[in-house]
Design a binder for this molecule. Structure first.
Ligand SMILES: Cc1ncc(COP(=O)(O)O)c(C=O)c1O
Length: 383
């Protein structure tokens, strides 16, 4: 465990909370959660479930009603699956963890495109070896198959895909995924496809890995309720995988958490079976905020912010400022009370960037841009 770095997002959050404890008013641009409340009908479903006495363990795979609702919901996205392929977990994070623990042997290599979210720690905890490949800003941070080919060894067991991407917001379309699909089939790789931001796409058309029939037997599809229904604190996610792997993941769930909370699962059924307009409203609002923050950041000398296609993060380059991203975020927090995550927290190819979540009010976004402009102005005159 000594070799595993703590989550930089949670580290920044911790420092920001400490400043708040001392009376500072921090604008939180670091956390990865929508600022909308969970829709009322979902909260009501949880209350009703509690009132009905839904207070006991469920099947460790998750409640059959929920697994069925997930399979049906996925059909609306063009994904053809069945309840036997679905396992429900306390958060998508745990689903990824179960999949890695089930599929990897010690020393197996997992190819991770970087900048990337917190997968490295998970791979290391289960005894695997993360192998990073670079995705580049000039290419919209999309994964190029040649980069993956360069790092393949006989030990390569798994490829990790996350589109729409955290932190870059990159979206991969069907034709862009094609060469990667061919490679995964050819090299018999497992692919974990974390598609948790699939309903927050602004540009281009997200393609699910499960829309490729040849990938069905080698994909662990990950999704959840945190982002799409603004339910981060409820801890509810799921995986779709071949039934044999689901059985192994289930053993890990049985040995670790038993099952997600029962009344939370009831709320999950209500989320999937109820009205879906909430997500579209949120998506439209995020799109306006994205446009505002991209415009604002690009008006700052030395900051270069590409317009992301999905999720709710921007990942501007601060390379021209010649300052390590961690130091930049520390200055931003201490001098301007703005919390953001240094690019160095997103694998070996994140340095030179900063991640801002725009899941915050338009007012905050405008204020933050002003504050960053001041901090950057100070930094440039100091040099
Ligand atoms: C790419 C990605 N996958 C998974 C998760 C975790 O989701 P959950 O809250 O369902 O564990 C996050 C949360 O930030 C994320 O950004």
């Amino acid at each position: 465990m000594k070799g595993i770095q703590p989550s930089s997002t949670l580290n920044v959050l911790g420092l920001a909370k400490e400043l708040e404890r001392h009376g500072k008013k921090v604008i939180h641009m670091e956390v990865g959660e929508p600022d909308f409340d969970t829709p009322t009908h979902i909260k009501k479903a949880a209350e009703e479930a509690l009132a009905r006495g839904m207070t006991k363990y469920t099947s460790s795979l998750g409640m059959p009603e929920l697994r069925e609702a997930i399979a049906e919901h996925l059909k609306t996205k063009g994904i053809d699956t069945e309840m036997k392929n679905v396992i429900v977990t306390p958060g998508a994070k745990h689903a990824i963890f179960c999949a890695m623990a089930a599929a990897l042997d010690p020393g197996d290599e997992v190819v991770i495109p970087s900048p990337c979210w917190t997968y490295e720690a998970m791979v290391r905890i289960v005894g695997g070896k993360p192998v990073f490949v670079k995705t580049a800003r000039k290419n919209g941070f999309k994964l190029e198959v040649e980069e993956v080919q360069k790092v393949l060894t006989p030990k390569t067991k798994m490829l990790l895909l996350n589109y729409p991407n955290n932190p870059t917001g990159a979206v991969m379309e069907g034709d862009e995924l094609r060469p990667i699909v061919d490679l995964a089939v050819d090299r018999k790789l497992w692919v974990i496809s974390d598609e948790i931001y699939d309903s927050l796409v602004y540009k281009g058309k997200h393609a699910s890995l499960l829309s490729f029939p040849e990938m069905v037997g080698r994909t662990v599809y990950i999704n959840g309720f945190s982002k799409v229904y603004s339910m981060t604190g409820w801890r509810l996610g799921y995986a779709v995988a071949p039934a044999e792997l689901v059985a192994e993941m289930n053993k890990i769930q049985q040995a670790s958490t038993s099952c997600p909370a029962s009344f939370v699962q009831s709320a999950g059924v209500a989320a999937l079976r109820g009205p879906q307009d909430f997500t579209e409203k949120m998506r439209r609002e995020f799109q306006k905020r994205r446009d505002e923050i991209v415009k604002g950041l690009n008006s700052i000398d030395g900051v270069d912010c590409p317009k992301p296609g999905g999720a709710f993060y921007v990942f501007p380059s601060i390379e021209k400022l010649n300052i390590p991203s961690l130091e930049f975020c520390e200055v931003l927090l201490r001098k301007a009370d703005v919390a953001a995550v240094p690019g160095s927290g997103f694998g070996p190819y994140g340095e030179g960037h900063v991640r801002f979540s725009y899941a915050t009010s338009m007012e905050n976004i405008k204020e933050v841009v002003k504050k960053i402009k001041e901090v950057v102005g100070d930094l440039r005159t100091r040099k």
